[in-house]
Design a binder for this molecule. Sequence first.
Ligand code: ATP
Length: 236
Amino acid sequence: MSRLVLDGVRAFYGQAMALDGVSLTAERGEVVALLGRNGAGKSTTLKAVMGLVRVAAGGIRFDSTDLGALPSHRRARLGVGYVPEERRIFTELTVTENLEVGRQPPRPDAPTWDEARIWRLFPPLAELRRRLGGRLSGGEQQMLAVARTLMGNPSLLLLDEPSEGIAPILVAAMADAVLALKSEGLTILLSEQNLRFAARVADRAYVLSQGRIAADGTMAAITSDHAAIGRHLGTG
Ligand code: ATP
C-alpha cells in the first residue's frame, strides 16, 4: 500500500517542457529524495503528483489508482499530502487554528493525527500553540506547514524543500520528524538542495537535470558519486 509510481511523466509550462519523461517509484515506508539544481524539475514533479500541473504524457499511479485524471482534492482524499515550498500557512490564525484547518477524517491505511501527536512530533510547536502563524520563524512555519498537512492523515507525503531557509537546530528537528514518519509507514517524496539533509533522511534518490532523471540509486551511492554530484548538483 501507499506505493507511488511515475511512468514517463511529461509536463509543460506553456511551450516550455519542465518534465521530459520522469519515471520513479517510492515504496511504503520509503523516503525518496529528488535532487538537482534550481529549475531541474523537482517542484514540478511534486506538483504533478498532487495534480497542480497538468501531465501531458505518461502516468502517475498511487497503489492501484491512476491519479492522472483526478483533481487535487480527490488525490488528497486518497491520502496524498503536499507541503509546498512557500508553506502557505495562515498568518492571522494561531498554530492550533492552522492545524484545525488541516483536519480530515481518519483513513484506514494511514496514521490518524491529532494535536497531542503533532506536539510529540514537533516539540517546539507545542510551546507556540497560541502564537499567530505570521509571528513564527521560518523553521517554525515549516514545521507548522508539515503538521497541518499531517492533520489530513496522509499515507504519501510530498515535501518541497523541507530544510530550506531554516535554522540548523530546526533542520535537525525536521530530519528527526521525517524519520519518525517513515517509521510509521508513510511514503515520503521530498525535493532537496541540501545534500546533507537528504543523506540523513533518504533511502534512495533521483537526480533531476533539465526535466530528466540523470542518475538514481541508494542515497549512499549517490552521495559517493562525486562526478554526478559535481555535474548535476554543483557541489562536492
Ligand atoms: P527550484 O528549486 O528552483 O524550485 P526545481 O528543480 O524545483 O527548482 P521547477 O520549479 O520544477 O524546478 O522548474 C522546472 C522548470 O520549469 C524550470 O525551467 C522553471 O523555470 C520552469 N517553471 C517552473 N514553474 C513555472 C511556472 N509557473 N511558469 C513557467 N515556468 C515555470
